[in-house]
Design a protein around this ligand. Structure first.
Ligand code: 5GP
Length: 201
């Protein structure tokens, strides 16, 4: 029936995932992407140093402060924020390309960035990932062993501040067991695709 063609969505949705540092956003997003290929992750730019095992263009585009500031000038970011004394930003052309291909685009960004996206892109889907408990979050941040004590303390303080913004998100997912969190996120993504307001009716 011709009418069924009208239901086809030609562009992907923007899915924003935030949550305290150490909650496992990266792990959950990676596991989701391994399982489902109709979703792609936006790769952010940052001025922070690459951690051991991180690769240019895979986890992040690692830029100098100078280059990052030039890109802000050129309005090349959908959003950007200063997090833990470094700049992080979402390259707009990268996101647009993913959406045009019809894939949903995941942004794994902090709360400041998510609020900027909310103002610019109200049809975005805002998901907050939380740890099962504060104790577990402390354990995850300290066990990672990639930050100094001062950096870890900053991350813990920031985690508490970020939790205060939970109400500004559409969904909350507890990351207790990764696969369960992935399936909840998947359910949100699929559910959002079925929203009447998103279909070409
Ligand atoms: P990390 O240094 O641990 O990779 O990331 C630190 C924080 O920066 C995390 O909360 C992460 O979500 C956030 N972040 C990563 N990329 C971006 C981005 O493009 N924009 C914003 N606003 N935050 C980001």
């Amino acid at each position: 029936m011709v009418k069924s063609m009208l239901f086809q969505k030609d562009k992907g949705n923007l899915i924003i995932i935030s949550g305290p540092s150490g909650v496992g956003k990266g792990t959950v997003c990676r596991a989701l992407l391994e399982k489902y290929d109709d979703v792609a992750l936006s790769i952010s730019a940052t001025t922070r140093k690459a951690r051991i095992g991180e690769k240019e263009g895979r986890e992040y585009f690692f830029y100098t402060r100078e280059k990052f500031l030039q890109l802000i000038e050129k309005k090349a970011f959908l959003e950007w924020a200063e997090v833990f004394d470094n700049y992080y930003g979402t390259p707009l052309p990268y996101v647009q390309k993913i959406l045009q291909q019809g894939q949903d685009c995941l942004l794994e960004i902090d709360v400041q960035g998510a609020l900027q996206v909310k103002a610019k892109w109200p049809t975005g889907v805002f998901v907050f990932l939380v740890p099962p408990s504060r104790e577990e979050l402390v354990r995850r941040i300290t066990c990672r062993g990639t930050e100094t004590i001062t950096e870890m303390q900053k991350r813990l303080k920031q985690a508490e501040d970020e939790m205060a913004h939970l109400q500004e998100y559409d969904y909350v997912v507890v990351n207790d067991f990764v696969q369960q969190a992935v399936e909840k996120l998947r359910a949100i993504i699929v559910g959002e695709r079925c929203r009447v307001s998103r279909l070409n009716l």
